[in-house]
Design a protein around this ligand. Sequence first.
Ligand code: 5GP
Length: 237
Amino acid sequence: MEKRAELYRGKAKSVYTTDDPERLILHFRNDTSAFDGEKIEQLERKGIVNNKFNAFIMQKLEEAGIPTQHDKIIADDECLVKNLDMMPVECVIRNIATGSLVRRLGVEDGMDLIPATFEFFLKNDELHDPMINDYHIKTFGWANEDEIEKMKALTFQVNDILSKLFKDANMILVDYKLEFGRYNGEVLLGDEFTPDGCRLWDIDTREKLDKDRFRQGLGGVVEAYEEVAHRLGVDLD
Ligand code: 5GP
């Protein structure tokens, strides 16, 4: 597989074309950003940890029947993925209230959300990823009705699978963001699942083990990601 031009440079990952038009390479960089790119730092080892973490989670999801973009790891900080036509929406599920939900609705931080709640956001840094609804998505053609329903169903299925996976490793999956794309007429899970895009708390202490450590300047960011990986049995070597 030949790596060619950089197609897109995100805040934490770069996407490269390859000699196969059906395949792309995702490069997980050490860059860590928050507040729509206002705060950016390089965190040693993060690219490698996230690449291996993502591969582990995507494999677990595939085994449980979720179709994903992931193909295989090709370097410590790179993986090969299917070339999806990404939909510009972020799908968020919350099992516990925190973050922007608390700021927007004034509900109690840390309260259990039963049932878990779902939100769509537009992927647009300049607009600070505004919350949108199904009608916006249809009206502006970001996805059609079937794709919207598929994204919701898959995001809830992922919640069942991963909440159990993390619980068995003594962690709570508080909330997370997923992105989807089209491939041969099918909706596939794209992008990544790492502690950069989810919240994970220790069950007993509620210690934060995710990117909130970076957002809130708590330190020990990559160490926390490594702790999560260790608890799940992800091979980081
Ligand atoms: P909140 O809306 O509370 O800021 O985020 C909800 C969840 O989605 C958190 O787990 C957060 O990490 C994730 N999330 C939301 N938007 C983004 C984003 O633009 N990038 C990343 N990496 N994660 C996001």
